[in-house]
Unconditional design. Structure first.
Length: 111
């Protein structure tokens, strides 16, 4: 994955509420403070449920680094919308099990 062109996608996980609030807030704060451009969405699960065309655009305009939840779930959401993430063009960080510092550091690595 070419980090110089990597797009950052942050999922707020607003509806499922499975990601600890402190982690979501911490990652978002660090992304905002970094000055690096990133895309924020309310909830990837909801987008997939509504077949939001932005998922296809995200998948096709990689490389992509995503802060969300379990990688298998995120990959499944994109697959559900007939827009699979490329195997070597997407990195998914798990805010359910990683700390805010870990996710933010990996999101901003070489960005």
């Amino acid at each position: 994955m070419s980090d110089s062109q990597t797009k950052l996608l942050y999922c707020r996980c607003a509806y499922a509420q499975v990601v600890p609030q402190s982690v979501k807030d911490g990652v978002l704060q660090k992304l905002c403070e970094s000055g690096v451009g990133f895309e924020s969405v309310a909830d990837l699960c909801e987008m997939a449920a509504h077949r939001d065309p932005r998922l296809k655009a995200f998948a096709e305009n990689g490389p992509l680094r995503i802060a969300a939840c379990y990688p298998r779930v995120v990959k499944g959401l994109f697959q559900q919308c007939a827009s699979p993430l490329p195997e070597d063009g997407a990195e998914i960080l798990n805010m359910r099990v990683q700390t805010a510092d870990e996710v933010a550091e990996q999101m901003l690595h070489d960005s």
